[in-house]
Design a protein around this ligand. Structure first.
Ligand code: TMP
Length: 253
C-alpha cells in the first residue's frame, strides 16, 4: 500500500490524509505523556482502548444530536473523522474539584462543585496550555461570541451525556477536556466535538471505592494504566475482541 501522507503528529495520536477530501484518518498511538510531555512512556494497548472508547462516546453523542467529527472506526487503532479546523482551546468541564483546580484554589480533590464549571485553556504546548478567560478568547479572536455560546452549550451537553453513561456503570465523571472543531458545509460553519474522548482526557473514579480509572494512574504512578482503561471498557461493554494482553503477541494493524 502506498505510504499515506501524514498531516499532523501529536503526543497520543497521528492524523493521516483520509480516503476522500474532507476526511482524515486518526491513528491512536500507545504513547502516554504527562506534564507537557516531561513524563513519557509507551503503554501497550492504550491506543486500541482509546480508539474503541472514543468511538463509543462519539457515537453516543451523535445519537443524542451532539455533532462530532467521528465518521467510523476503521480498525483497532484507526478511525475515519471529518477534517476540521481545531479551535485553539482546551475546554474543561469540572463536576468535582481535582487536579489543577484543586491546586489553584486549594479545594480538596473530590469536593463536589456547586454546579459544573467550564474552563478554557489556550492550546499552546510551549506555554503549557495556560488558563484563559472569555475576554482573552474574544480579544485575540480565537472564537467569536456566537462560537463561545455554542461551545458552552456543547460542553454542558457532553457533560450530561458522559456523566450519565458513567454513572450507569458505577463511575463518577470528575472532569474532562474536549476540543472543538469547525467544519464548513459550503459557506455554512458548524462546530463539532473533535479530537478524542477517552480516559486520557477525563477523570473517572469508581463511585464506591474512589479508585482512579483514568490517566492520573500514569501521571501519579498508581499502577497499570491498561488495567484501568480495560476496566472502563469492560464496564461499558466495549472490550475489543483481541484485548491487549501484556506479554502476548499483538495483532499489528
Ligand atoms: P487538570 O486538572 O490537569 O487541569 O485537568 C483537567 C482535565 O483535563 C482532566 O480530565 C484531564 C484533562 N487534561 C487533558 O485532557 N489534557 C491535558 O493536557 C491536561 C493538562 C488535562
Amino acid at each position: 500500500m502506498a505510504r499515506r501522507k501524514k498531516i499532523y503528529e501529536g503526543k497520543a495520536k497521528t492524523l493521516y490524509e483520509g480516503p476522500e477530501p474532507g476526511t482524515l484518518v486518526q491513528y491512536f498511538k500507545d504513547d502516554a505523556t504527562a506534564f507537557n510531555a516531561e513524563k513519557h512512556d509507551v503503554i501497550e494497548g492504550k491506543g486500541v482502548l482509546n480508539n474503541i472508547l472514543s468511538e463509543f462516546f462519539m457515537l453516543g453523542l451523535g445519537q443524542i444530536g451532539v455533532p462530532t467529527h467521528f465518521l467510523k472506526r476503521l480498525n483497532m487503532r484507526e478511525q475515519l473523522v471529518r477534517s476540521c479546523e481545531i479551535i485553539p482551546l482546551e475546554i474543561i468541564v469540572r463536576n468535582y474539584a481535582a487536579g489543577s483546580m484543586s491546586k489553584r484554589l486549594g479545594i480538596d480533590e473530590g469536593t463536589q462543585l456547586p454546579r459544573p464549571i467550564v474552563e478554557y485553556c489556550y492550546k499552546d504546548d510551549a506555554l503549557g496550555d495556560p488558563l484563559v478567560t472569555e475576554e482573552h478568547i474574544a480579544a485575540f479572536g480565537w472564537a467569536s461570541q456566537q462560537d463561545m455560546d455554542d461551545i458552552l452549550s456543547l460542553a454542558l451537553r457532553v457533560n450530561d451525556f458522559m456523566s450519565g453513561v458513567m454513572l450507569a456503570v458505577g463511575i463518577r465523571l470528575v472532569d474532562f477536556k474536549i476540543e472543538i472543531g469547525r467544519v464548513y458545509d459550503g459557506d455554512f460553519q458548524r462546530l463539532v466535538v473533535a479530537d478524542e474522548i477517552s480516559p486520557d482526557s477525563c477523570r473517572l473514579w469508581d463511585i464506591k471505592t474512589g479508585q482512579k480509572l483514568d490517566k492520573d494512574v500514569f501521571r501519579r504512578d498508581l499502577g497499570s494504566l491498561t488495567d484501568a482503561y480495560t476496566e472502563v471498557a469492560r464496564r461499558l461493554g466495549v472490550m475489543p475482541n483481541n484485548p491487549p494482553a501484556p506479554g502476548k503477541p499483538q495483532l499489528v494493524n
